[in-house]
Design a binder for this molecule. Structure first.
Ligand SMILES: NC(=O)c1ccc[n+]([C@@H]2O[C@H](COP(=O)([O-])OP(=O)(O)OC[C@H]3O[C@@H](n4cnc5c(N)ncnc54)[C@H](OP(=O)(O)O)[C@@H]3O)[C@@H](O)[C@H]2O)c1
Length: 245
């Protein structure tokens, strides 16, 4: 397969790139910083880096065009690139929220657009979108992040149905806490924190099985889905108990 992963230089995207490459697939990764395209990635023949910021449509389009020119088809596309809010804040920081939405929402739509064009022409392909269990409710101190991931989740739900007529599979992934540079900045408890290699394995299995929707780790996903179905007064009480420094 020819697999393109946005945000493939660190964390979940990097691990997916390494694992798909090990299985013999051709992998394209993109990111804003060439410095994160480290020697371990450079050493792998079937991983290629394209410098692109998903928030800029033309950069992403140029990167994917080049990948397709070099490999003929696009079989799988991961809309993975995303930024966290960093430390939770008690006072709203709207400027920070805007730049997060530029990447996590506008960058996500750019990713969908560039991936869909070749796949709709081919009448085949798999798109994987990375939401989060944080999409299931508005986490205090993290409004824009939760909202951005809720956008990805709901958009993916619609699209997974719409895209079937074009022979395109869409899998939306909702990870819990995974050990990556993104979560290293967190100043709050991270229950069921998972290693990134295990996360990659679970994601790749869910995609292989053609699941439209997959949340993990299993127990944490069940707890979050159950909590999101509680009456709002109960959910607000529970979310109000979350402590951060
Ligand atoms: N880690 C978790 O616990 C967790 C849980 C749920 C969901 N997620 C989601 O999983 C995805 C990956 O997270 P991660 O934990 O692996 O994060 P990470 O380790 O911080 O990696 C993020 C990757 O995305 C790239 N990136 C960031 N902004 C970009 C942009 N504007 N354009 C292109 N590339 C960009 C980064 O490279 P550059 O900085 O060089 O651009 C890097 O390669 C995110 O969407 C995140 O929201 C993570």
């Amino acid at each position: 397969m020819n697999v393109f992963i946005t945000g493939g230089t660190t964390g979940i995207g990097k691990q997916l790139a390494l694992d798909y490459a090990k299985e013999g697939h051709q992998v394209g990764i993109c990111g804003r910083s060439s410095e994160k395209y480290t020697k371990d990635l450079q050493a792998i023949e079937n991983i290629k880096f394209y410098k692109a910021d998903v928030a800029y449509f033309d950069q992403l389009q140029a990167a994917l065009d080049q990948f397709i020119r070099e490999n003929n088809t696009l079989d799988m596309f991961y809309a993975n690139a995303g930024i966290g809010a960093g430390k939770k804040v008690k006072e709203p920081k709207i400027e920070r929220d805007r730049s997060l939405i530029d990447v996590n929402v506008n960058g996500f739509i750019n990713s969908m657009e560039v991936a869909l064009k070749p796949m709709m022409k081919q009448n085949s392909g798999t798109i994987v979108t990375i939401s989060s269990l944080a999409a299931l409710f508005g986490l205090p101190g993290n409004a824009a992040y939760s909202a951005s991931k809720a956008f990805v989740r709901t958009y993916s739900e619609s699209m997974s149905i719409d895209l079937k007529q074009f022979g395109i599979q869409l899998t939306c992934i909702l990870p819990g806490y995974i050990k990556t540079p993104l979560t290293q900045k967190n100043n709050h408890a991270m229950p069921f924190l998972m290693d990134v290699d295990k996360a990659s394995e679970l994601i790749r299995n869910a995609v292989k099985k053609g699941k439209p929707y997959y949340g993990f780790p299993g127990i944490f996903s069940c707890i979050c889905h159950f909590a999101s179905a509680l009456p709002k007064w109960a959910l607000h009480f529970l979310l109000g108990q979350i402590r951060y420094r």
